[in-house]
Design a protein around this ligand. Sequence first.
Ligand SMILES: [Zn+2]
Length: 239
Amino acid sequence: MTDPAKGKSLVMRHDVDELAWNALKMAQLENKLGIRATYFFRIVKQSNVPEVIKQIVGLGHEIGYHYEDLALAEGDEVQAIGTFKENLEYFRKYYPVRSVCMHGSSTSKYDNRLLWKNHSLSDFGLVGEPYLSIDFDKVFYLTDTGYAWDGGKFATRDIVENKFGLKFHTTSQIVDCIKAGNFPAQALILAHTLWTDSLIQWNGLHLREFFRNNLKLLAKNNPIVERFYGKIVELYWKK
Ligand SMILES: [Zn+2]
């Protein structure tokens, strides 16, 4: 979204890590508000729900590919670039995908971005990868990674240094900052699709994310916890 008259622009990005139907609700709400966002889908079945993708495209939003090919291929670059190409073609059946962004794959030792060490985005007709194409000295990055606006310490790879000196805990603090005219003119907001209007699901997710964040922190310094957490994550995505 841009407002050239005021020199303002905002990229509204949603990573659909799981709970794809929640993404659809978010997309419907944004559509009503006149907001056009970008929804990044993973290839795993918790994210890749064709009916949801089709409806989100129908609401006028952009679709991107949330890739994790290097982690899924256990670091095998040839295999990873092969599946990346296949998966990109798959998502292009729904939308002419022009941008991709890496999934953090926090339990994998492979950083998905390393796929671009020997390949270039333009070879695939892509114009952007937020972690590589955006100058975060100029563009303010606000993310709900860790299930909070200030949950950055729980992130493993989704880390961008904040040079704007802004820190938010609640959404109303963000709104106040915008109203006061102090919000940066260029921003990228990443909101995952774990947000829900069901109180039961909201409480369940809150509890799960609380334990997950603390396990992730512990796993950073403890190899046994790291293996245990890795195993749980592996089982969860296989289910
Ligand atoms: Zn992700």
